[in-house]
Design a protein around this ligand. Structure first.
Ligand code: NDP
Length: 331
């Protein structure tokens, strides 16, 4: 399976190129980038045989079957629609698009064309999140009462570009991290937030876009979720707590790109550490996508999952802007 990489991005160079090459029979054949100077350097450093600034040129290569889109967020829609029109399976970065209307069109077009469309929500591919989901589903902690997600980090200097100052490119911590938290909560609880209330801030890094956000979500089951995202917290660490009537799961350091962290279960028997697989999140995500493209199963996070997480993040942003609680609109 030959792949086109759309966007000469950091996430591709640090994780996804390797994840594609780790699959049997897969390679990265094309790089599509808006900057020829950057493309020359990038394709040489990561040994991508062909590069172009014309997505049409890469998509017209009949040997290509899969496209990975990791450009800035405002470009995902046009690029995904072009890839789908060319008959390619698409693995798209989150957030799928800037609006629900665009994201819906992307997912519908792929469905209509009978193509696989995945959203690269990596966290649900981790051993830690998969074990926690299983524990919740099998009733280990009883009925879930609440979830607390803290995903407040210090954005590395190299990434402090469009994310912290460009709303038109889809910058801001809500588009970047709240959307991941939404996917994690949906994945773990197997239900979708119905209502959110939020506040956001520019706490030292964001210019014209928020760099910190806290929100509270109501779930259909009655469980409450507290979600905290930031770009400005060097020492906060990340974590996830799920509290139920029969126990609590406390996971530290698991809201990350690496297969690290720890999980403990607290209940009337005391506290014990829960083991989990330390496989690469991105290799697993691409493996699930490739398997779906070969006709078996579905991507770890589908296009619908990407739509749902986008809907939650847009509701959080609307609430932070207008100071009201907002019903999540999945339509
Ligand atoms: P980057 O800021 O590294 O790259 C985004 C775009 O900026 C590139 O596609 C490229 O444009 C351009 N660019 C980057 N570096 C240069 C340079 N030196 N010179 C010229 N242009 C440059 O983005 P990220 O990797 O941080 O994010 C990309 C996408 O992936 C986003 O949608 C983000 O939300 C998502 N993401 C997902 C993660 C996950 O784990 N699922 C993790 C991190 C990001 P061009 O397209 O023209 O090549």
């Amino acid at each position: 399976m030959h792949w086109v990489l759309v966007g000469a991005s950091t996430v591709a160079s640090e994780y996804v190129i390797h994840a594609v090459r780790a699959q049997v029979g897969c390679d990265v054949t094309w790089l599509v980038s808006g900057s020829s100077e950057h493309a020359i350097r990038y394709s040489s450093e990561y040994e991508i045989p062909r590069f172009t600034s014309s997505i049409e040129e890469a998509l017209s290569d009949d040997s290509v079957s899969c496209v990975y889109i990791s450009s800035t967020n405002e470009k995902h829609f046009v690029q995904a629609m072009a890839a789908i029109a060319a008959g390619k399976h698409v693995l798209c970065e989150k957030p799928l698009a800037l609006t629900m209307g665009e994201a819906r069109q992307m997912v519908a077009a792929a469905n209509q064309a009978n193509l696989v469309f995945g959203t690269n929500h990596h966290l649900r591919c981790s051993g830690s999140h998969r074990v926690i989901r299983e524990m919740i589903a099998t009733g280990v902690i009883g009925r879930v009462l609440s979830v607390r997600v803290h995903h407040a980090v210090h954005l590395p200097t190299a990434l402090q570009a469009w994310r912290i100052n460009d709303a038109s490119a889809g910058g801001g911590v809500i588009a970047d991290i709240t959307v991941h938290n939404a996917d994690v909560v949906r994945f773990l609880l197997d239900e979708d937030p119905v209502e959110v209330v939020a506040l956001s801030e520019m706490s030292g890094m964001g210019v014209g876009v928020e760099d910190s956000c806290m929100s509270v979500w109501r779930m259909p089951s009655g469980a409450m979720v507290m979600s905290h995202e930031s770009f400005t917290h060097p020492f906060a660490g990340t974590g996830l707590e799920i509290h139920g009537t029969q126990g609590s799961i406390v996971a530290t350091g698991v809201m990350t790109q690496q297969p690290v962290g720890s999980i403990s279960l607290r209940n009337s028997d005391g506290e014990k550490l829960i083991p989990f697989s330390s496989h690469s999140l991105y290799v697993q995500g691409v493996a699930d996508f490739v398997s779906a493209a070969r006709g078996k199963g579905s991507p770890a996070a589908t296009g619908s999952d990407g739509l749902m997480s986008l809907a939650v993040s847009l509701a959080v942003r609307e609430s932070a802007q207008n100071g009201q609680s907002v019903s999540v609109n999945y339509e």
